[in-house]
Design a protein around this ligand. Structure first.
Ligand SMILES: Nc1ncnc2c1ncn2[C@@H]1O[C@H](COP(=O)(O)OP(=O)(O)OP(=O)(O)O)[C@@H](O)[C@H]1O
Ligand SMILES: C[C@@](O)(CCOP(=O)(O)OP(=O)(O)O)CC(=O)O
Length: 417
């Protein structure tokens, strides 16, 4: 007996960390932002969401009474796909795009007739302020668009797919591209022009590294989705930011990236992070994402840069913080050793295995930069920074082979918790 054809795809997608922050929606259903934003996509060699999706043909799943319903497993646990919820809307939109394709080409298999089984795993903590929603939703869109052949040769661009990802989680639209990515806020009410665009590929400025100082990987207090709408409703400073700060900053930071101008990139990145946390503080009741350790990291980086700029050597590191206490430091490859040495001295680690082998020598000199004030912050206890992840700018979603699938022959997750 001939076996049913298998329609399945597996992809990974990256995390992105914004340098101009998205904070505020003008439409909460379509996820249309109140300002444009810009991010750096981080390498999937270190942080990634891996997703497999399979069309469940009725014969291969005739024992399952729910055969017609889409199902999703996240890190081995089944998650409900809520009717009208974000994931549900993304799946509906992708199905519609596939239907359009099938109606134009009758030789294509009618994949939209089948339910989908989707399994996904993040190789880092979920919902902990490490942008899991961005990589997770982007991996979902990348995988199903691969399964449905929603490809440039069929008239579907990456920006078109970013429009779908945006409706899963705003920041996810930027993870559809590698490198340096802008999310144009757009002006249309239907969101058609609110899409991600590539500012520059990773290869344009490949030596930008990221050090993620994980201060806490616990679930955060105020989720971004709720927090940002509280800011929209109550903060006057947000209006100033939207009208008078972000548009010019988007231009300046795009130019800095095109010119590989780290000083300008660092100035804009740190100013934008500071302003984002200022609008959080300007929210009623105020939202606090930074803690004492986050603030100590800011002081340390500020002092390092001051000394370096005074010595005529320019900026060495740029900090940025999302909706949590974890710091992300952007550093050029040539300066990673020095910045790591500094971070490890003030925030010692039990163990730190550097994947790039750029860590400091055990007996490295302790005078970092001429004029650096070593008393700027105290040396912290082991554990103040729980973990350091060292990664760098990377590429966009990747298509993997079926060997890497998270689903077994019956279309069920290989690892169920
Ligand atoms: N691999 C995945 N596949 C599908 N959905 C995912 C995946 N990973 C995360 N999500 C969705 O994203 C949610 C977490 O988003 P949330 O914004 O709370 O956290 P975060 O993205 O880690 O933090 P932040 O956006 O502040 O950086 C999960 O509850 C889940 O719904
Ligand atoms: C602080 C941020 O990380 C906020 C991210 O918000 P989300 O994209 O997680 O929010 P939703 O669209 O409601 O899912 C800044 C940024 O990534 O630009």
């Amino acid at each position: 007996m001939a076996s049913d054809p298998v329609y399945e795809a597996t992809c990974t997608a990256p995390v992105n960390i914004a340098v101009v922050k998205y904070w505020g929606k003008r439409d909460t259903t379509l996820i249309l932002p109140t300002n444009s934003s810009l991010s750096v996509t981080l390498s999937q060699d270190h942080l990634r969401s891996l997703t497999s999706a399979r069309c469940i043909t009725t014969t291969s799943n005739n024992s399952n009474a729910n055969a017609v319903a889409d199902r999703l497993w996240l890190n081995g646990h089944e998650e409900e796909i809520q009717q009208g919820g974000r994931t549900h809307r993304c799946l509906a939109e992708l199905r519609q795009m596939r239907k359009d394709l099938e109606s134009r080409d009758s030789s294509l298999p009618k994949l939209t007739d089948f339910a989908l089984h989707i399994a996904s795993e993040n190789n880092f903590p979920t919902a902990a302020g490490l942008a899991s929603s961005a990589s997770g939703l982007s991996a979902l869109i990348a995988t199903i668009s691969t399964l449905y052949a929603l490809l440039p040769e069929n008239g579907v661009s990456v920006s078109d797919l970013s429009r779908v990802a945006r409706q899963g989680s705003g920041s996810a639209c930027r993870s559809m591209f590698g490198g340096y990515v802008a999310w144009d806020m757009g002006t249309r009410d239907d969101g058609h022009d609110s899409v991600a665009v590539e500012v520059a590929p990773a290869s344009h400025w490949p030596d930008l590294h990221a050090l993620i100082l994980v201060v806490s990987d616990k679930k955060k207090g105020t989720p971004s989705t709720a927090g940002m709408q509280r800011t929209v409703a109550t903060s006057d400073l947000l209006k100033h930011r939207i009208d008078h700060v972000v548009p010019a900053r988007m231009d300046r930071i795009s130019t800095a990236i095109r010119n590989r101008d780290f000083d300008q990139f660092a100035i804009e990145t740190m100013a934008d992070s500071n302003q984002f946390h200022a609008v959080c503080l300007d929210t009623q009741p105020p939202i606090f994402y930074l803690n004492d350790v986050s603030r100590a990291v800011i002081q340390l980086v500020a002092e390092l840069n001051r000394a370096s700029v005074d010595a005529g050597k320019g900026y060495l590191a740029a900090y940025t913080y999302d909706a949590g206490p974890n710091a992300v430091l952007y550093v050029r490859e040539r300066d990673v050793k020095l910045v790591l040495e500094l971070v490890l001295r003030y925030f010692p680690q039990q163990t730190f295995d550097d994947p790039f082998h750029l860590g400091p020598e055990p007996a490295a000199a302790s005078s970092f930069v001429q004029g650096f004030n070593a008393a700027v912050i105290p040396e912290h206890e082991v554990g103040a920074v729980a973990r350091i992840i060292h990664t760098k700018v990377g590429d966009g979603p990747r298509v993997l082979s079926s060997d890497e699938s998270l689903l077994n022959g019956e279309g069920m997750p290989k690892s169920l918790v």
